[in-house]
Ligand binder design. Structure first.
Ligand SMILES: [Zn+2]
Length: 150
């Protein structure tokens, strides 16, 4: 098959986050990226894209969902979100095949299917849950910074 280099890939469209989801997202995203950086480099400043494996400073990594759509039930599920580069997350629409293999390898298929089922559940984030969760991830970030440096 001949690859058509002229084909433009559009960045994938995800529903915009508003209100408490939009407030919680940057904190959660930072937690995810720091967690992954620590796992692959032992630092909180550099990590790798989970789907292409390229190295990036934390500021160039994004928190990419394994399952698109940003449903409330998986929006802030830490095992469903990992560090990805802009190219894989946006331009290559999440690189789902590679992401699937990454997930299978990291968590096992049973958990992958659990997340898929969870993504179809109707769950609404409440302000109380958002506040508790925000607090939790802020503390986790401070803990990681204190232990491993910023
Ligand atoms: Zn990548």
């Amino acid at each position: 098959m001949v690859k058509n280099k002229k084909t433009k890939r559009r960045p994938r469209k995800e529903p915009l986050l508003t209100g408490m989801r939009a407030e919680l997202w940057p904190v959660f995203s930072r937690y995810i990226r720091m967690r992954d950086c620590l796992e692959v480099t032992g630092t909180t400043t550099h990590g790798k894209c989970c789907t292409c494996g390229r190295s990036y400073p934390i500021g160039k990594l994004q928190a990419g969902h394994f399952i698109p759509g940003r449903a409330d039930s998986i929006l802030f599920e830490p095992t469903c979100v990992h560090s990805q580069c802009y190219r894989c997350n946006m331009l290559l629409q999440g690189e789902w095949l590679k992401y699937f293999r990454y997930m299978e390898n990291k968590y096992g298929l049973e958990h992958v299917f659990k997340l898929m089922a969870l993504s179809e559940e109707k769950r609404e984030i409440t302000p109380e849950w958002a506040a508790i969760t925000m607090n939790y991830y802020q503390e986790e970030i401070l803990r990681m910074e204190a232990r491993h440096g910023i």
